[in-house]
Design a protein around this ligand. Structure first.
Ligand SMILES: Cc1cc2nc3c(=O)[nH]c(=O)nc-3n(C[C@H](O)[C@H](O)[C@H](O)COP(=O)(O)OP(=O)(O)OC[C@H]3O[C@@H](n4cnc5c(N)ncnc54)[C@H](O)[C@@H]3O)c2cc1C
Length: 380
């Protein structure tokens, strides 16, 4: 693995860092407090080519690759985790359409997703009773003439209120077929029969819209079928492998913000006549936080690099997501501790980072599910 960034990767990283520092970071506390969907920020990211980083240029993407996408996400997450998760999901949806879509599907959706005409692209796999085990989903799709008719409920859909396109998974064969009877469909925002529910009142990433979707006789044209009929589960698993690099990046960005703020605070805050950074108990916390972030960074870059090389990366993506998300929670928890009482109030960002970090252990496969994947790799 080459640890030097290419010119393109360094440029994407710098572009994301500048925008995140100048535009996103100053709004992050307000986005959290007011649960504000950051429409203008997402548009700004699209204008910079950051909503479809690993989508080929012929479809309006940046064609900058997986490593560049991970680096950009880290920069945005350092400023605002809510924005970062939506950027991560939109990038994942764009990549998935670029990889599995027909020419017509790519032409119809990718330029709008990449260019910001669509505020979001969403990924609707989970259901109220099927999260870790999506093979148990109940949403159905039946063919009716030139259309498919979708019925069911999806849960926890990031950006679902604002999405121009949603990849929706549904059963096209009986429940006894499990994961082998699932297909996916490209459903457009505002489609008849698609009802968007009330946004969830969440612990963290409060600016990221998370909604239930109801599909009530939702009719889509025959050519909205995405990939092969009954071949949808594989698409979901492949997309999630890549998405896990995105969530690792999100976790890394949050942890870096928590460390940077802890270092500043520890140098300023005095106790027993000296800055608390001079107390070894605090200095060691900062050292441990730094070491864990660097370890997570290497794992994330390795998974991204393997994916970019077209090599198997599923195991590395799971390991990276597992480690980075749990690391971020530990680091953010220490950040709160280093800030003492001030870590527990909204005036400082430490508590927001901890709330934001927590969900990275849950979505796109919980820590337990990542351990199952890693255990399969270890046991052979
Ligand atoms: C803020 C947010 C945004 C989300 N965005 C999206 C989105 O955009 N699209 C989407 O499709 N989904 C999304 N999700 C859903 C998310 O991926 C699921 O919540 C997650 O996969 C867990 O599923 P579940 O909530 O049904 O928990 P369950 O599957 O019910 O799991 C409950 C607990 O049991 C554990 N468990 C389950 N099976 C096993 C096992 N075999 N071994 C050991 N432990 C196990 C789990 O790890 C967990 O601790 C989002 C969730 C949240 C909270």
């Amino acid at each position: 693995m080459d640890l030097e960034l290419s010119e393109t990767q360094a440029l994407v990283q710098k572009t994301a860092r500048d925008f995140a520092t100048r535009v996103i970071a100053p709004q992050a506390a307000e986005i959290d407090e007011k649960e504000k969907f950051p429409r203008e920020i997402l548009r700004g990211l699209a204008e910079l080519g950051l909503m479809a980083i690993n989508v080929p240029t012929e479809h309006g993407g940046s064609g900058a690759g997986v490593v560049a996408a991970a680096l950009a996400l880290q920069e945005v997450a350092r400023a605002c985790a809510s924005t970062a998760v939506m950027m991560s999901v939109a990038n994942m949806v764009g990549e998935t359409i670029a990889k599995f879509g027909t020419d017509a599907q790519k032409q119809r959706h990718l330029p709008k997703l990449a260019g910001g005409e669509y505020a979001m692209g969403s990924f609707a796999l989970s259901e109220p009773d099927a999260g870790s085990d999506p093979g148990g989903m109940r949403t159905t799709a039946r063919r009716d003439g030139n259309e498919w008719v979708l019925d069911g409920a999806k849960q926890w859909i990031t950006g679902g209120t604002h999405a121009g396109v949603i990849i929706v998974w549904a059963r096209t064969a009986g429940p006894e077929t499990g994961a082998k009877g699932i297909s996916c469909f490209l459903v457009e925002g505002g489609a008849k029969g698609l009802k968007v529910g009330r946004p969830e009142d969440k612990m963290g990433i409060r600016g990221s819209d998370t909604v239930p979707l109801e599909l009530d006789g939702c009719r889509v044209p025959a050519d909205a079928l995405f990939g092969q009929e009954n071949g949808g589960f594989k698409i979901a698993m492949m997309a999630l492998d890549g998405g896990r690099i995105g969530i690792s990046s999100q976790a890394l960005g949050i942890a870096r913000a928590a460390l940077a703020e802890s270092v500043t605070y520890a140098k300023e805050r005095k106790a027993f006549g000296v800055p608390i950074a001079q107390h070894q108990g605090i200095a060691w916390k900062l050292a441990d936080m730094h070491v864990q972030i660097e370890a997570a960074q290497l794992m994330c870059m390795r998974a991204a690099w393997l994916k970019e090389q077209g090599q198997p990366f599923s195991l590395q993506a799971s390991m990276s997501k597992l480690y980075a998300s749990e690391m971020a929670v530990r680091v953010c928890n220490e950040a709160v501790q280093i800030h003492g009482g001030y870590g527990y109030i909204r005036e400082y960002a430490a508590e927001r980072h901890l709330r934001d970090a927590r969900v990275t252990m849950i979505y796109e496969g919980t820590s337990e599910i990542q351990r199952l994947v890693v255990a399969r790799g270890v046991l052979g």
